[in-house]
Design a protein around this ligand. Structure first.
Ligand SMILES: [Zn+2]
Length: 256
């Protein structure tokens, strides 16, 4: 038993209690659900531990924050912003004045910056990392320290929620997905990217897989377990796949 840790009694994706060992890493046992194949840590660090763990993320050794730049990075986020706005407009049921988007785990704010020239979109960023949030707030972005349940947005007020490499870090991914469902309007879109433990690269690497690393990564999704969790929390899953060269699972789901 690790200090200040609590056991995970059942699979967070499908609630099945039957599981068998998958890997052991950094003192954590990672188990595999016998029903849906979800891989997850059997012992969970406390919320206080995780908040302290991520508070200084993105900062240099002297504690200062310097955002990463680069044209390719900006183009990648701009392309995603254009695609995500189009997808939202295609699916949303009521035409409102502005498209309202929230990014959980906004980091240095690449997505907030990608949308900043578009007056028809309002984006809110949330993150546990103090450096990037301070940097964004000084520049007038709507960015806040904290998790999804601390976001200054009302129920059924959002058209889209984005989580890029976030869900594998949070303490309760099912609760985060369920809260996302409460914040989205009917027809609103959830977009999630996580490491995919069912990818051929993960299978070949075994316990040397680069994404296998509690307590940073607590949950190891596959397209199937991601689909199972999102459907259970009230989403129509439009896509849950890992058809890319990188070992990631991508979820696109619509709030029912
Ligand atoms: Zn399961």
């Amino acid at each position: 038993m690790l200090p200040d840790h609590s056991p995970v009694p059942a699979c967070p994706a499908c609630l099945c209690e039957q599981r068998h060992p998958w890997h052991r890493k950094n003192g954590y046992d990672v188990v595999e659900c016998e029903r849906c194949g979800f891989r997850y840590v059997s012992e969970l660090p406390s919320d206080e531990f995780l908040r302290a763990h991520y508070r200084s993320s993105y900062c240099q050794s002297d504690g200062t924050f310097q955002p990463k730049g680069g044209l390719l990075r900006r183009l990648k986020y701009r392309a995603f912003a254009v695609w995500f706005k189009r997808a939202i407009l295609r699916h949303r049921e009521s035409a409102a004045d502005a498209v309202r988007i929230l990014e959980l785990g906004c980091g240095q704010g690449d997505l907030l910056k990608a949308f900043s020239g578009d007056a028809s979109v309002r984006v809110t960023g949330m993150d546990y990392a103090a450096g990037p949030i301070g940097h964004l707030r000084e520049r007038g972005f709507d960015a806040h320290l904290g998790g999804l349940d601390e976001a200054p947005v009302g129920p059924e007020s959002l058209d889209g929620i984005v989580m890029l490499h976030v869900l594998e870090h949070v303490r309760d991914p099912g609760a985060v997905i369920a809260h996302a469902a409460r914040l989205l309007k009917r027809g609103g879109l959830l977009y999630v990217v996580c490491p995919c433990s069912g990818h051929i690269k993960a299978r070949i690497a075994g316990d040397r897989w680069k994404y296998l690393g509690p307590p940073d990564h607590l949950w190891y999704f596959t397209p199937r377990s991601m689909r199972t969790m999102a459907a259970r929390m009230g989403f129509d899953v439009l896509r849950s796949s890992n058809l890319y060269h990188r070992a990631h699972v991508t979820l696109v789901a619509k709030k029912l």
